[in-house]
Design a protein around this ligand. Sequence first.
Ligand SMILES: Nc1ncnc2c1ncn2[C@@H]1O[C@H](COP(=O)(O)OP(=O)(O)OP(=O)(O)O)[C@@H](O)[C@H]1O
Ligand SMILES: [Mg+2]
Length: 375
Amino acid sequence: MYLTQLRLVNLRNHRRTELQLAQGVNVFVGANAQGKSTVLEAVELAATGRSPRATRETELITWGESWARVHVTSRRAERDEEVDLAFRQDASSPRGDGTWREIRVNGVPARRGELFGHLLCVAAGPADAEVSAGSPAFRRRLVDVLLAQISPAYYYTATRYARALLQRNRVLRAKAGAAADLDPWDDQVAALGAAVTLRRRDLVTRLAVAAGRIYRELSGGREELAVTYAANLSGADEAELVRTAKAAMAAQRQAERARGRTLVGPHRDEITLEVDRRLLRLYGSRGQQVAAALALRLAERELLREETGEDPVLLLDDVMMTLDERRQGQLIAFARGAQVLITVTTLAALAALPAEAAVFPVTGGTVEAQRAHLA
Ligand SMILES: Nc1ncnc2c1ncn2[C@@H]1O[C@H](COP(=O)(O)OP(=O)(O)OP(=O)(O)O)[C@@H](O)[C@H]1O
Ligand SMILES: [Mg+2]
């Protein structure tokens, strides 16, 4: 699939940006702080309902304005699709974060979960430093977003798990709580947690194979990347996982009451990354960390393509400038067949670019119309 048109209104420093994208490589070029990443951010927002770098949607609204809008049209299998996201500041919003939001998919009002699977995208960028070196939550999020894109139903399972967990923790913290109050939540947390564990474990096994192969190529065959799902619950199938979860909850009850938190389940799982058998998070060089995150992202793209039959859009924010000429060439070769959106501060940072690439200069929140790349 590929994006055909983007429209941003009052999104960060973009007051009104409208652009037509090329089917292959699109390069956004400009000095720092001009609004390049914001264009990619808009795409990710429309694909997943969440910005990779904003904690609240109000941060995205142009200062001094009260609302913002992102409108994306795409084409897949000769069918045009449209995703529209509008949000405004509203202190009385039931979402509790001061934003009111409206999502439409092909003109029909939709909830966040219904966004998944429409605009397929894989984003690599500065935030990936956290994937390589940050806390486990960043790696779990990568896997969760990928699973939701492959199968939107997963989004609901994961959301219900998170809610059940919140409820169970609330009961754990209640002073007068009787043991019986926990029973229904134990059942729900164990059942939903087993489903989450199983889906994640299967996916990571496949992701590991693809990422391992891509990393080997990126490192010129010199290094091995190992990706493993370190689940804190074991079990061959869902039923066994449920049994282990319930046994673990029973065994940990005292500690859980004392801490006021559920201590077992997939919310505490880790996805371990090792290069040549050493933890990347602790011992990896900067270059190794960048390459490993990139290998994971490219592996994501392969899995999405296998599962959905569609090539997702690749968003490469500041990635090119961290790669040497050989790796850049490899990345462009890997990406062949996909639509790619790249940001760079100067075209000179790009070693080689297909002659048909579209280039969009970005200045002060304004994007110039695309022009052909004449290398
Ligand atoms: N809510 C907002 N309202 C207005 N401007 C904003 C808002 N949030 C951020 N900005 C500004 O938007 C600009 C664009 O940021 P963006 O991250 O897209 O730049 P960039 O071109 O990717 O820069 P870099 O090369 O440094 O990564 C920045 O100048 C930033 O200060
Ligand atoms: Mg940027």
